[in-house]
Write a protein that binds this ligand. Structure first.
Ligand code: FES
Ligand SMILES: [Fe+2]
Length: 373
């Protein structure tokens, strides 16, 4: 049985202050209709990390993939500029290039139509006799791309990207991360987790202002001074920070000060990207929505230093992060089962703690309403 999308959107009132607000109804987390609307109204017009800049350093380096069903290619052109295109040949629509590589021009393998790194069609063999063929009109169609930290981000909607650029849309976050030299860290590895929950359950859990940390993450709790945990909310981002625990906890068997350093920054970027910067570590959590109750979280890990000690530390830190992630997965999958229950529809916010989550729901409500027209 389908849901009435308009009625379900109306069930969340973004105007109410957090003290009086109710969370969105559970249909937002379970109904295929809402998921479809999100694809278009949220993910089709926001920024997504698609490649690491280190892999696009050389002129001609490219990386192709598929984002919400749209084949794309992002590349570095000869002048050093980042560019992105719909990766569909203007002849019959084949994907022009696949995977990653380096090339002076993009040659479609099907019939060898060839495009410059600026997307212009430079050659189309055996087209003698064709009429009304404007080569200049047959360029690859551009997508929006922006470098942010160590990643290239893509936006499938060029107009939306122009209206809401990435770094310029979160100046507080950009400058705070800039101070930590985040773009110059060494990439170590990525891990991927498939989770049986709606993508927003994962984001909500991240944005609860540390509410669940003492209850669900004993090891992380021992590394942080939770009395210093706080949330700041900005236009399209929010930042949670915490100082490290004053004393290393013998029970954890891990030196929190070495890992957390002078403090942790947990940053969220609308809608589904999170960055954790602490001590010598940076890791990102990119939540890929795969269905109403299924998502995938991709972690990229970066660290300072390259020596043997640094490598050992990185391995220990990644293991710690996996412990926290497994705890979060258990929470998120349990919440998803609860959201499907007849016994639950909407909840409330802890006003002094869950501001980040409320802010996220307000942005989402605005985007979904705009998408519905
Ligand atoms: S589809 Fe690309 S050359 Fe024919
Ligand atoms: Fe957590």
């Amino acid at each position: 049985m389908g849901v009435d999308v308009r009625a379900e959107l109306g069930a969340f009132d973004p105007e109410l202050p957090i003290e009086r607000a109710w969370t969105p109804p559970s249909s937002w987390y379970t109904a295929p209709e809402l998921f479809e609307l999100e694809r278009r109204a949220v993910f089709g017009r926001t920024w997504h990390p698609v490649a690491r800049l280190a892999d696009l350093a050389q002129p001609g380096a490219y990386s192709a993939g598929c984002l919400f069903g749209e084949p794309y290619v992002v590349l570095r052109d000869q002048t050093g500029e980042l560019r992105a295109f719909h990766n569909t040949c203007r002849h019959k629509g084949r994907e022009v290039v696949q995977g990653t590589g380096r090339a002076d021009e993009l040659v479609c393998g099907y019939h060898a139509w060839t495009y410059g790194l600026d997307g212009r069609l430079s050659s189309a063999p055996r087209m003698a006799g064709i009429e009304a063929f404007e080569r200049g009109q047959m360029s690859l169609r551009p997508l929006a791309v922006e470098a942010f930290g160590p990643w290239a981000f893509l936006n499938l909607d060029v107009d939306a990207a122009r209206g809401a650029p990435l770094a310029a849309g979160c100046p507080e976050l950009a400058s705070r991360l800039e101070e930590t030299s985040w773009a110059s860290l060494t990439y170590i590895e990525s891990t991927t987790w498939d989770i049986g929950c709606n993508w927003k359950v994962y984001v909500d859990n991240y944005l609860d202002g540390g509410y669940h940390i003492p209850h669900m993450h004993p090891s992380l709790d021992a590394q942080l001074d939770m009395s210093t945990y706080r949330t700041e909310v900005f236009e399209r981002s929010s930042i949670q920070t915490s100082d490290p625990a004053p004393e290393p906890d013998a029970g954890v068997g891990f030196d929190a000060r070495a890992r957390i350093g002078t403090g942790a920054i947990y940053a969220w970027l609308w809608p589904n990207f999170m960055l954790n910067r602490y001590g010598p570590c940076l890791d990102s959590n990119y939540v890929v929505p795969l269905g109403p109750d299924h998502c995938r979280v991709v972690y990229d890990f970066f660290f300072e230093g390259t020596g043997e000690d640094a490598q050992r530390f990185a391995a220990e830190s990644i293991a710690q992060s996996a412990v926290t992630q497994q705890e979060d997965i258990a929470i998120c999958e349990s919440v998803q089962r609860g959201l499907r229950s007849q016994g639950y529809d909407r909840g409330r916010y802890a006003p002094r703690v869950e501001q980040g989550e409320h802010h996220f729901h307000r942005l989402l409500a605005a985007a979904l309403r705009a998408g519905l027209g």
